[in-house]
Design a binder for this molecule. Structure first.
Ligand SMILES: NC(=O)c1ccc[n+]([C@@H]2O[C@H](COP(=O)([O-])OP(=O)(O)OC[C@H]3O[C@@H](n4cnc5c(N)ncnc54)[C@H](O)[C@@H]3O)[C@@H](O)[C@H]2O)c1
Length: 330
């Protein structure tokens, strides 16, 4: 973080919703280290007891009231139903969490005079690709309750930016990976788990589907810029711009870990986008540039997983520290 960026962050009261989750722990550690006064609201405890935590449901008005009790300058909004499959199974909960609770948060933010909000959105707001790469100009055509509710939240934020001056930036994240993802069910975590626990890895469909993998430390960099810089508002695509097929990911994992990694092919998952190739030009023009290539990032992830107890891996717990971030600062 540059000295100017650090000065912009120091002393700010920042509410991080979902701050106990995978991306949230990276955000909290970075903002706290830069001198922000961070407060987390999450259903789950935060592994660092020094972090100020309001444990509860963001959709509960009394919890929301506590979040804003001592004022708030900036918000990083990460709390959500985050899984596409879970959203298909629980569309009502997904709506209440991702839309209704987001609206309540925006209302509280404007009453408190918060000036900036950064939201973790997704390229799943766009649906099937209709151009060689997904940019912010892509039509919103979500395929799942997850994508639809994230799109609805983006629309609310557009209105709160224009009508009430709460500058909102929706970071449309691709597949995020990095340290501390033991509880996740995304492909990198599933691969690490398969290698540590043994057994066969299930590839959904033919494995030709392509995705863009962005490191959590690079996402944190985007969050920082979007909080502090007036140039950031509206949707911004955050991804490396280089997509890999699932089969290419498997090869990279084999190279990095030395594991044989036997696979079998299962059914394709409903609602999966066949391809995600993104164009991050807008983010780059606004000063963001990803520092990790996939194999480099993967090496850090494997270093962490390879040292965990097998029982912890099986339980989805283990590394609560964030070595990949701590080992690599700007
Ligand atoms: N991880 C990715 O690849 C990815 C990609 C695109 C977008 N995103 C978005 O980024 C955000 C963070 O994702 P993550 O991977 O860290 O997920 P995560 O599941 O690890 O973290 C989400 C956190 O939000 C909390 N939460 C959920 N509902 C809540 C509620 N009602 N009240 C309070 N807390 C609640 C959970 O307890 C959890 O700690 C999410 O909004 C997700 O949709 C993630």
């Amino acid at each position: 973080m540059s000295t100017a960026e650090q000065a912009a962050v120091r002393g700010r009261r920042v509410l991080v919703t979902g701050g106990s989750g995978f991306i949230g722990r990276h955000v909290v550690s970075e903002l706290s280290a830069a001198g922000a006064r961070v407060r987390v609201v999450d259903l789950k405890p935060h592994p660092d007891p020094a972090v100020e935590l309001i444990q509860g449901d963001l959709g509960d008005p009394s919890v929301l009231e506590q979040c804003f009790a001592q004022g708030c300058d900036w918000i990083v909004h990460l709390a959500a139903v985050t899984s596409v499959l879970r959203s298909l199974e629980h569309p009502d909960l997904t709506y209440r969490t991702n839309v209704a609770a987001t609206h309540a948060l925006l209302e509280a933010a404007r009453s408190a005079g918060a000036t900036a909000l950064v939201f973790a959105s997704t390229n799943a707001v766009t649906g099937p690709m209709e151009a060689p790469a997904i940019s912010e100009a892509a039509t919103l055509r979500p395929l799942t309750p997850y994508g639809a509710t994230k799109a609805a939240a983006e629309m609310l934020m557009s209105a709160y930016t224009a009508s009430y001056g709460v500058r909102c930036t929706a970071l449309r994240l691709t597949n995020v990976y990095g340290g501390g993802m033991q509880a996740k069910d995304s492909i990198v975590a599933r691969l690490m788990r398969a290698i540590r626990l043994g057994g066969t890895f299930e590839v959904y469909g033919d494995g030709q589907q392509v995705r863009d993998y962005v490191h959590a430390a690079d996402v944190v960099q985007a969050v920082r810029l979007a909080l502090a810089s007036e140039n950031w508002r509206g949707p911004v695509v955050i991804g490396t711009g280089k997509s890999l097929s699932v089969l290419e990911v498997l090869d990279a994992v084999r190279r990095v870990t030395g594991a044989e990694l036997p696979v079998r092919h299962g059914a394709a998952r409903p609602g999966e986008m066949p391809a995600v190739i993104v164009d991050p030009s807008r983010a780059r023009a606004a000063g963001w540039s990803p520092r990790y290539n996939f194999e480099e990032g993967l090496a850090g992830v494997w270093q962490e997983w390879s040292t965990l107890d097998r029982e912890a891996v099986a339980a989805g717990t283990g590394a609560v520290g964030l070595p990949a971030v701590a080992g690599r600062t700007s």
